[in-house]
Design a protein around this ligand. Structure first.
Ligand code: NAD
Length: 415
């Protein structure tokens, strides 16, 4: 797997867009770097009585369109450049979905799998104590991401509320339902992806009832994608994978049965009556729809030419490197780029903020309807831009998003 710096990938993608839009050099260089970032040291009392100091980050990439928004990752291999890249992608994602938000991201270098609940709570509260001047409902609103969850969001919201002396549900999203969470958040990323697949299939004339699907990664995004692609369209999921490998069945897999099996055995591999395949083989299967839903940099110049899917729906962030994009486009593969395809999560997070401000909560059906409208509109604005400029879907998504951010920056008189 290519070892690429994700921030350099994000900058290269922006550079291509700057050329298409003929951005002036000042604007281009302003958009190439984060507006603000905070690096924090977090001393945390561990269960054995010692104090361990963790490093954390919060990056506010661009807030021209509104308060910055983006998750917090707890990961042993977190780096400031990963956080910068993800904050940049959040900026473009929020603009593309026409949300009144900018882009941000946070991270702490730690291994939550080796920490007790008490240690995780103390770390979460310590993070908020250090960044509390920097965040807030009208400044910067975090959310869960890799290895952070609704419980961690609850502790963080509580710490911020205690520091500011009032209930501040709107400071963070992805909270549990009973303390200001939104209905429909759990499967929002995969559900949003389904709306874009539905639109793409209409455009390409693919009958989704007869379509076959391969999904790489079987976590939150991958599992709900498998369930919903069956439930929405009656498509057949023939391959699934996780970090230990993949499984294939021509007849189709039952997403819930595989999930139960994975909960018991910790992996999808060796699920009865399936053929063992590698993660690399999964990407090159003869299927109609391929959904990368795990890691960055998995579709590269080495395998792009072997991909046979008609649609690649990128639920993961950054699964395709720029060189591969060129090959996929040449081969006529329809890519629904990450910051369009997986934008359902942040869109419902935005709905959560709105409901927190309103103090009035919507039913799940209303959340789904509003999400459908947002995703469908965004998909068609990307498609028509791709046709207008004769560029691939990722470049088109950049054009739509960057134009909106540029307009806000100009109107505010920054550049
Ligand atoms: P998750 O931690 O719930 O699941 C990740 C899955 O990927 C697991 O099944 C894991 O086994 C698998 N995996 C790990 N290493 C792998 C490897 N080398 N090969 C194949 N599979 C591997 O994470 P998630 O929330 O489902 O996120 C997956 C991707 O979707 C990430 O890129 C994330 O940034 C993106 N995403 C998620 C959301 C969301 O709301 N969950 C929103 C936007 C984007």
């Amino acid at each position: 797997m290519a070892k690429l710096n994700p921030f350099e990938v994000a900058q290269q993608q922006l550079d291509k867009c700057a050329k298409i839009l003929r951005l002036n050099p000042g604007m281009h260089s302003f958009l190439r770097t984060p507006m603000r970032e905070l690096h924090v040291s977090l001393p945390v009392r561990m269960d054995n009585g010692s104090v361990k100091v963790f490093q954390g980050f919060r990056v506010q990439y661009n807030d021209a369109k509104g308060p910055t928004k983006g998750g917090i990752r707890f990961h042993p291999e977190e780096t400031i450049d990963t956080v910068r890249a993800l904050a940049a992608w959040m900026t473009w994602k929020c603009a593309l979905l026409d949300l009144p938000l900018g882009g941000g991201k946070g991270g702490v270098i730690c291994n939550p799998k080796e920490m007790s609940q008490g240690e995780l709570e103390r770390l979460s509260r310590a993070y908020i104590r250090e960044v509390c001047q920097f965040i807030g409902p009208s400044k910067d609103v975090p959310a869960p991401d890799v290895y952070t969850n609704p419980q961690i969001m609850a502790w963080m919201m509580d710490e911020y509320s205690k520091i500011t002396g009032k209930n501040q549900f709107g400071v963070i999203t992805g909270k549990p339902l009973s303390i200001g969470g939104s209905a429909g958040r759990e499967d929002a990323t995969a559900r949003g992806g389904m709306y874009t697949i539905r639109e793409a299939a209409k455009v390409l004339g693919i009958d989704l009832k007869k379509a076959t699907v391969a999904i790489q990664g079987y976590g939150n995004a991958g599992y709900y994608a498998a369930r919903l692609v069956e439930a929405f369209f009656g498509s057949r999921v023939v391959a699934l994978s996780d970090s230990r490998g993949g499984i294939y069945s021509k007849e189709g897999l039952n997403p819930d049965a595989v999930r139960e099996y994975k909960l018991k055995t910790k992996s999808v591999i060796k699920f009865p009556n399936t053929k063992l395949i590698s993660n690399e083989e999964l990407l090159e299967l003869e299927v109609d729809i391929l959904m990368p839903a795990a890691l960055e940099n998995v579709i590269t110049e080495k395998n792009a030419a072997n991909i046979k899917a008609k649609i690649i729906a990128e639920l993961a962030n950054g699964p395709t490197i720029p060189e591969a994009d060129t090959i996929l486009y040449k081969n006529g593969i329809h890519v629904i780029p990450d910051f369009l395809c997986n934008a359902g999560g942040v869109t419902v997070s935005y709905f959560e903020m709105v409901q927190n401000f309103y103090m009035y909560y919507w039913e799940e059906k209303e959340v789904h309807e509003r999400l459908d409208k947002k995703m469908t509109t965004a998909y068609h604005s990307v498609l028509s831009t791709s046709k207008k400029y004769n560029i691939n879907m990722r470049q088109a998504a950049y054009v739509v998003a960057v134009e909106r951010v540029v307009e806000a920056i100009k109107l505010r008189g920054w550049v």
